[in-house]
Design a protein around this ligand. Sequence first.
Ligand code: GLN
Length: 199
Amino acid sequence: QRVAKGEPVQYVLGQWDFRKLTLKVDRRALIPRPETELLVDLVLKSRQARETPKPLVVDVGTGTGCIVLSLAKEMRDGLFVGLDISAEALALARENAALTGLEGRVLFAESDGCGELDPASVDVLVSNPPYIPSKVVDGLEPHIRDHEPRLALDGGPDGLDVYRSLLMDAVVVLKPGSGVFLEIGDEQGHALREMLEEY
Ligand code: GLN
């Protein structure tokens, strides 16, 4: 009945698989998407993840914790940090760390962006930020628009607001030779390339 009324099946089940993990999912955070599993692949294959001893890996806007928990599970070593502006999402991410036996391997902290980290400290910065233009969010399918957190979807007027503030912080906290791994909307490649060059 809940699904028939438009609630996402993932929230009704209360759990969903992401890579090797079964995670708790509810209205506190975005439902993990299959595309984001590929973002984790890109990190795992990167020179930064494979060749840096104990890399500092930071997931900005961690939501359920799906990205950083998968990296902690699938990378040999590293220091793993999940940040989110939403205290509710962080509570869920911490529950997921406990459920997956990864408690103690990932540190979760409330933060708007990653600007509070030490300068030149981060080896891998990964994020699947909200990147949908505000006007487009209003027209999304109801099972998304009316149930998933708007904070997790809405990237401002052109969808790029969070990338801007993220990259502004990134230039300070990234170590030379580090890597930045971002999920982006399918029409945002050109804008993101320009923005990355600028920063
Ligand atoms: N990082 C989380 C995920 O990939 C949350 C993303 C978001 O809320 N925009 O599912």
